[in-house]
Design a protein around this ligand. Structure first.
Ligand code: ATP
Length: 269
């Protein structure tokens, strides 16, 4: 176990199962995020990553299980109450209001904000280019700029936990690197981050701990440095590797350290 497990969790997911109609998208998922941690959830298309983040944010109700923030059960709180409690989501595909200006989109984020350091001014300090373009409509911004505004909008709510869904989707590698380059700064500012990502290299590079989802189950958990490429590949694709199957439960961490993940999405970027 690493030091990150020693602290009591700021965010805890307990035995969470979620259905979309007949389809079970999450199966008994449990997760603990200590304050200040950056965790990554990797997994293929349809593995259940977005469902997990959206359930934590209150956009889906679980069939069983619970979500706790700092020990408080928030499972039944409506999404806006969760924002006030300190959980903010940057949704897949950004979901900005295209006809509103950049600044108006940030103000939407602050409308149900907790008290905290992330004023519009502070967001403009983090993203130097935004101030001069604050009057521009969101629709006129590039994909990378829109992603930055979506992060800014979530920060405007002064989150304790920031949920980031597929930050790299549809963006050029150079833009992805720039956006990921901001995450250590957010972590240093005290924001606890849970990101989901198909770009495995990117996730491994920034996260203290990685979880892999496969068909709604956690198939792997551990710090990137303790996981081998074979373990990650097996957990990601569901192929048996050296006697491990993909049944629930963490694959034991290997002492052999990191290995190239050249077979996995994002390896070429
Ligand atoms: P992707 O990277 O493609 O977004 P994901 O890992 O985020 O994948 P989810 O979007 O959580 O996966 O989807 C998990 C499963 O639930 C998939 O089979 C998906 O088709 C299904 N699903 C997701 N949202 C809904 C919904 N609103 N209604 C019905 N089925 C859904």
């Amino acid at each position: 176990m690493t030091a990150v497990h020693a602290a009591s969790p700021l965010l805890e997911v307990r035995d969470l199962s979620v259905h979309h109609g007949q389809l079970q998208a999450l199966r008994n998922v449990s997760l603990q995020l200590p304050a200040g941690a950056t965790h990554a959830m990797i997994g293929a298309n349809g593995a259940g990553k977005s469902t997990l983040l959206r359930t934590i944010a209150g956009l889906h109700q679980p069939s069983t299980g619970s979500v706790l923030l700092d020990g408080e059960d928030v499972t039944r709180l409506r999404p806006e109450r969760r924002v006030r409690a300190g959980i903010a989501l940057v949704p897949e595909g950004r979901r900005l209001f295209p006809s509103l200006t950049l600044e108006e989109n940030l103000l939407v984020g602050s409308s149900s904000a907790r008290k905290g350091p992330w004023t519009t001014e502070r967001i403009y300090e983090l993203f130097g280019w935004m101030r001069d373009r604050r009057g521009q409509r969101a629709a006129q911004l590039s994909g990378g700029e829109q992603q930055a505004v979506a992060i800014g909008r979530a920060l405007a709510a002064n989150p304790r936990v920031l949920l980031l869904d597929e930050l790299s989707l549809g963006l050029a590698p150079v833009v992805v690197r720039r956006i990921y380059g901001l995450l250590p700064e957010l972590a240093a500012a005290g924001v606890t981050i849970l990101l989901v990502e198909q770009d495995v290299s990117q996730a491994l590079a920034v996260a203290a701990e990685v979880h892999c989802l496969l068909e709604g189950r956690i198939t792997l958990a551990g710090p990137p440095a303790a996981l081998t490429a074979e373990q990650i590949e097996a957990a990601y694709f569901g192929v048996a590797a050296s006697g491990n199957d993909t049944s629930p439960g963490p694959v034991p961490a290997s002492p052999s350290g990191p290995a190239p993940v050249d077979q996995l999405p994002g390896a070429s970027t």
